[in-house]
Design a protein around this ligand. Sequence first.
Ligand SMILES: CC(C)(COP(=O)(O)OP(=O)(O)OC[C@H]1O[C@@H](n2cnc3c(N)ncnc32)[C@H](O)[C@@H]1OP(=O)(O)O)[C@@H](O)C(=O)NCCC(=O)NCCS
Length: 218
Amino acid sequence: MTLPHDYRIRLMQPSDHAAIIGICRVVYPHDVPYTAEELATHHALYPQGQFVAEHVPTGQPVGVHFTLRLRMAAYHVDDPWDVLTAQGTFADHDASGPTLYGADVFVSPDHQHHGLAHALTDATRGLVAAEQLWRMVGGSRLPGYAAVADVLPADEYVREVVAGTRIDPVLSAHLKDGWQVVKPIHGYLQHDLESANWAAVIQWVNPECPPPPEFVLR
Ligand SMILES: CC(C)(COP(=O)(O)OP(=O)(O)OC[C@H]1O[C@@H](n2cnc3c(N)ncnc32)[C@H](O)[C@@H]1OP(=O)(O)O)[C@@H](O)C(=O)NCCC(=O)NCCS
């Protein structure tokens, strides 16, 4: 998918912080937004993992993809976002971790449906390749799920979205971007009412890189 010519993907810089916090308030109205201090810490810990989509005519960031490196064997598959990000600080970033964890991806509603999430995900895939990592892992919200949660178990909902017989505003976009579902989990985010607090663990495995030694069967 080609990025429209008035956008570009680049790394986050301090002058982006205020705009990013503003977008965060809009896309996650029930959550406490990142602080400028947190964004500066993410940058200090792992600058090459903090991507923004810039609207070139205004120079403003309109979307982000924030990542850190983890050794997932130290976690459980159903660990919540707070645990995987050390309460949003990214202090658990492990410079030798073989997995790139996609902690967040969001795009300002005014700029959605232009392929920005796709381009941001391609940028993170480029980082996985450049750092010769095994895979990317993330947690996809399921904002279409709460509306049907009374009548449909979460695993069935996710199966239908994967099969393409049901559309979820977030998971369907991630699937188009090349992610695969590992499993649905409950309690990934704390205030995600639209998803009835469910999410899908998703991953993209780098075909160029073997799994780390602890996953090789002998
Ligand atoms: C999920 C989210 C990041 C997607 O961002 P986005 O930039 O709109 O994503 P894309 O444009 O790459 O893809 C979205 C859709 O637009 C379509 N699209 C892409 N480029 C397009 C174009 N030029 N014209 C029209 N449609 C286009 C894609 O095919 C995709 O279709 P789908 O929704 O039917 O799957 C965004 O909706 C968002 O920020 N949501 C709120 C925060 C959130 O929940 N983040 C996810 C956390 S897990």
